[in-house]
Write a protein that binds this ligand. Structure first.
Ligand code: BG6
Length: 477
């Protein structure tokens, strides 16, 4: 179990709390990781009492926890850990009640599961009401700003009240099991790292494909788009973990220092290296324009880009990134394509294909390494490619079931005081500093995204992005 804690969730009755945070905490309780003295305190505008909040959480567990993980006794025990404070985060109501709940000897954590515009008001009151102690931790969600200026302003506001070491900026991709596995694969094997550079790697593809559209969150999404919603944060984090130099230790600042260097080494992206798309109507569903409620929207629900990292390791190895909604399959993977051997000793080289290391993030987490062998049989020395395929679920049959979801892991890391899997303020700012001119570029040119049919792998032009370099995207679905 972790230490005894008091976790206050601002926005405790909001969507993220209902879908992710509270069911996640229940599952950690079920796993025996949360001590009986811990308290989880919902704080929101609604006039609930403890019982009302417990009913709300019981319903969220009912809806979002898998049937075989619902245990009556465990749910009852978990609900007893819950409390509620009706609070006005921009006013004065409720803050004294929250203070009255304070106690000695428990780790204090405050989860800001609210719009970023409210971060400042909450941070300030946690201090002025003397609620947050010197060791208190705060957790903030994305979107962390919408450009460099707003991210800087947010960082500055938080910094008025809390030290960087107390601020946990969540990027839930960093809590995904396979994303962390990237570091284990790279730095716990001698096999890959010596080859992990442009001399041996032809290119890298990162794909985060989704089948869902933006129904229901069109208002937020339309101001954001795939670049801000996925690339600036989640995909950037994946890119960093693939591209970074080995940190000297698996330690928060050592890891984050190395990630920061990668972001700073990113070249500006040329307009011709970007393809933006917007899904059309189809398969019985409305178009992006209908879902977003903005008939003139120029916001992209798909983006593909070619990115260069200007440093010794990566000069000459492009990273192709793509993500989109309403695509053929929900599939996220990183594919590392190696170069051709310098010289072939075989007369018949026709069966030769590049070695590819594919790291599957979801679904069916695992790794697949494509290697060349001799084609079986007496037909002479012909080459063929076979996969060395490892599904983590198969290989780790007994342990995978209890693998915590990203949120479960990250919230427990907050209680443990481990910032390794959270973004530091300078990292977020550097990512915006790279993103801003790209977005400003297409806004200034008035670019419109290209329509694409749902259930496909995105706009046609995205294919060209690779074809013209003599390369191909891997298939989706
Ligand atoms: C969120 C984005 O951060 O990540 C969503 O706002 C996106 O638009 C989601 O759908 C994807 O997360 P996951 O874990 O389902 O890959």
């Amino acid at each position: 179990p972790v230490e005894v804690f008091d976790l206050v969730i601002f926005g405790g009755t909001g969507d993220l709390a209902r879908r992710k945070i509270l069911p996640g905490l229940y599952l950690r309780w079920l796993a025996g990781q949360i001590p009986a003295e811990a308290r989880i305190i919902g704080a929101a505008r609604g006039e609930l009492d403890d019982q009302g909040f417990r009913d709300f959480v019981a319903a969220s567990i009912e809806e979002f926890v898998a049937r075989d993980r619902k245990d009556k006794a465990a749910i009852k025990g978990f609900l007893e850990r819950l409390h509620y404070v009706a609070i006005d985060v921009t006013g004065e109501k409720g803050w004294k009640d929250l203070k009255a709940l304070g106690r000695e000897g428990a780790v204090q954590a405050f989860y800001f599961s609210v719009a970023p515009a409210l971060f400042g008001a909450i941070a300030e009151r946690l201090r002025s009401y003397e609620i947050a102690g010197a060791e208190a931790r705060i957790v903030v969600e994305k979107p962390f700003g919408r450009d460099l200026a707003s991210a800087r302003a947010l960082n500055a506001t938080l910094a008025q009240h809390f030290e960087e070491g107390q601020i946990y900026r969540i990027d839930h991709y960093l809590g995904k099991e396979t994303v962390q596995n990237l570091m284990a694969v790279r730095f716990a094997n001698i096999l890959f790292e010596p080859l992990w550079k442009s001399e041996y790697i032809d290119h890298v593809q990162i794909t985060v494909a989704e089948t869902v559209g933006v129904e229901g969150r069109g208002a937020y999404y339309d101001k954001s788009g795939a670049m801000r919603d996925m690339v600036q944060n989640h995909i950037m984090q994946l890119l960093c973990l693939i591209a970074m130099e080995p940190p000297y230790h698996f330690d928060p600042d050592a890891v984050r220092d190395e990630k920061l260097k990668v972001i700073r080494a990113l070249d500006p992206v040329k307009p011709e290296d970007i393809v933006r798309g917007q899904y059309l109507a189809g398969a019985g569903e409305g178009s992006y324009l209908e879902h977003s409620g903005n008939k003139d929207s120029r916001t992209e629900s798909y983006i593909a880009l070619k990115v260069h990292i200007s440093n010794w390791r990566w000069k000459g190895t492009p990273f192709y990134l793509r993500t989109g909604k309403r695509l053929r399959a929900r599939e996220s993977e990183i594919a590392i394509t190696f170069r051709e051997p310098p010289h072939s000793i075989f007369d018949d080289h026709s069966g030769w294909r590049e070695n590819v290391l594919v790291i599957r993030l979801q679904p069916d987490e695992g790794m697949n390494l494509k290697v060349m062998i001799k084609e079986p049989g007496p037909g002479g020395m012909r080459l063929t490619q076979v996969p060395l395929d490892m599904s983590f679920a198969e290989a780790l049959a007994n342990t995978m079931e209890d693998v915590p979801d990203a949120y479960e892991r990250l919230i427990m890391d907050v209680i443990r005081g481990n910032q390794t899997l959270f973004m530091r303020g300078d990292e977020v700012e550097a990512a915006w500093a790279w993103t801003d001119p790209i977005i400003q570029g297409w806004e200034a040119r008035g670019d419109r995204p290209q329509g694409y049919d749902p259930g496909t792998s995105g706009p046609e032009d995205a294919l060209m992005l690779m074809h013209r370099d003599g390369r191909r995207w891997r298939g989706i679905g």
